[in-house]
Write a protein that binds this ligand. Structure first.
Ligand SMILES: C=CC1=C(C)c2cc3[nH]c(cc4nc(cc5[nH]c(cc1n2)c(C)c5CCC(=O)O)C(CCC(=O)O)=C4C)c(C)c3C=C
Ligand code: FE2
Length: 455
């Protein structure tokens, strides 16, 4: 396998020529590889070292904007990987999602976990810059399986973000065992979610020791990233469940138009947005003193796979659909008002003296005024996974929400919504999967994801 002398040797011989064709395949060494490939190579070498048990000793190299291949314009396509916070949380929502939850293998040790996180961090820094993993898809030794699976060759970075989270079971497993010596680092905010009335959770589509949220404007780029991370994990961790998503159902920036969910409603209108950093600090980013220091600058992710009962919904009259949500389907405006962003007035009454927004309307019960001021940064995606055994569309919302403390945010709001007597929407939806993850702060070059949790 052609590799540089050491995982962190400086890049000195990179050329910006086109990727080698098969005929011109180099015999080895870096001098004939493009700059893009060399960065990938270094990351791959580090990943290999890590996977071999080198653990935190392997440096995570920094991919740069100049990693983009020849003739490929990455302008506006690369979301910086390194930073104070992980990308993929307040990043303006990309079009596509591939979310995967992983379980560590029964034999995996703390060193294996550190090695995996190091390898993943390395790979992620290169994938998000639009580069291949390791020696690449077509530039490695021809007699070995390629380091990269290849389906992203020639594609742009597509604003790929990779966001990692640590599940509750990483800290204490189902038998109460502290497998990785992390129990003492478990944040109080990472308390198991309670069971909510109406939950129909499938254990196989819930939980997970780790999660990776891949978001990109190109579905193939997101799928490629998860596939290659799963490949790097082989022997240490495997996918427990995964979910493809499309049609972002929430915007995290006012510059984005509000998308529609699979019920046809604009979803995300009254989301909090990254345009207001004070709001992010108040409700999304973990602050100093909130809990263990390693989570400062991080955020907690709640994922819920929510199936929509599409056929009954499609047989429901428009006015009833609007009563259930509390907004007009066409404009997205609150009932009784004209424009999408007109502020909700939950006290407004119609000429008949009845509230314009029904007592059981989704937006009323989800609103902060009903929930002790609780708000969430919603970042969910629609999904359609074909049809079920009865020919019904298997579709819904893969709800993703980031927050500073799930106990006072998601749990408070979901307690208001759950159960047939509460949110009118519950007649048309069912929560079938659930996850809770601590997403550590962003990483700097030389670190791996969540490094300070292992200090
Ligand atoms: C626990 C939190 C929430 C779950 C679960 C949830 C599921 C869910 N929501 C929709 C559709 C819409 N939700 C809307 C608003 C809205 N939803 C939540 C929270 C949860 N939703 C909040 C906090 C809000 C904002 C309320 C407010 O302050 O106004 C809307 C209206 C447009 C908008 O503001 O986003 C729609 C539409 C579905 C279909 C669904 C489960 C499948
Ligand atoms: Fe909602």
């Amino acid at each position: 396998m052609s590799q540089p002398d050491s995982p962190d040797s400086p890049v000195t011989a990179a050329e910006d020529g086109p990727p080698s064709s098969d005929a011109a395949r180099p015999a080895g060494g870096v001098s004939t590889l493009s700059r893009r490939r060399v960065f990938g190579l270094i990351g791959g070498a580090a990943a290999l070292g890590a996977a071999a048990g080198a653990g935190g000793a392997v440096a995570v190299t920094a991919a740069t904007d100049s990693d983009s291949g020849p003739g490929r314009s990455q302008a506006g396509q690369v979301v910086p990987f390194f930073g104070q916070h992980q990308a993929g949380i307040v990043t303006p929502v990309q079009d596509r999602l591939h979310f995967a939850a992983f379980d560590l293998s029964p034999a995996a040790t703390r060193a294996d976990l550190v090695a995996l996180l190091t390898a993943w961090t390395n790979a992620a820094s290169h994938l998000t810059a639009g580069n291949d993993v390791g020696t690449g898809a077509v530039t490695g030794p021809p007699d070995s399986p390629p380091d990269d699976t290849g389906e992203a060759l020639g594609l742009q970075a597509a604003r790929l973000t990779l966001t990692v989270g640590f599940g509750t079971s990483l800290f204490t497993d189902a038998t109460g065992k502290d497998r990785f010596g992390l129990a003492g680092s478990r944040p109080p905010q990472l308390a198991e979610l309670p069971a909510f009335p109406g939950d129909a959770l499938d254990p196989a589509a819930s939980g997970g020791d780790l999660c990776v949220q891949a978001c990109a404007d190109d579905p193939q780029v997101a799928v490629h990233a998860i596939r290659n991370l799963a490949r790097l994990a082989r022997g240490t961790a495997s996918v427990r469940y995964s979910q493809l998503g499309f049609g972002r159902t929430s915007s995290t920036s006012t510059s984005q138009a509000t998308a529609r969910n699979m019920m046809g409603f604009k979803d995300g209108t009254n989301n909090i947005t990254a345009d207001d950093p004070a709001e992010m600090n108040a409700h999304v980013w973990v602050q100093p003193g909130d809990g263990p220091d390693w989570m400062t600058g991080g955020s907690y992710l709640v994922s819920r796979r929510i199936r929509m009962l599409i056929e009954p919904w499609d047989s429901t009259p428009l006015t009833e659909q609007e009563r259930v949500i509390g907004r007009f389907k066409g404009t997205g405006a609150p009932l009784g008002l004209r424009a999408e962003f007109d502020p909700l007035d939950l006290t407004a009454k119609g000429p008949d003296g009845e509230p314009l927004i029904d007592a059981k309307a989704h937006v009323r019960l989800a609103h902060s005024s009903h929930n002790n001021g609780a708000v969430l940064l919603r970042r969910g995606y629609s999904f359609t996974d074909g049809t079920d055994e009865l020919g019904r569309l298997e579709a819904g919302l893969f709800f993703l929400a980031y927050q500073r403390d799930p106990r006072t945010q998601f749990v408070t709001i979901q307690r208001s919504l759950a159960g047939k007597v509460n949110d009118a929407l519950n007649e048309y939806i069912q929560h079938v999967g659930s996850g809770l993850f601590a997403c550590p702060p962003g990483v700097q070059p030389g670190q791996h994801w969540g490094q300070s949790a292992f200090a």
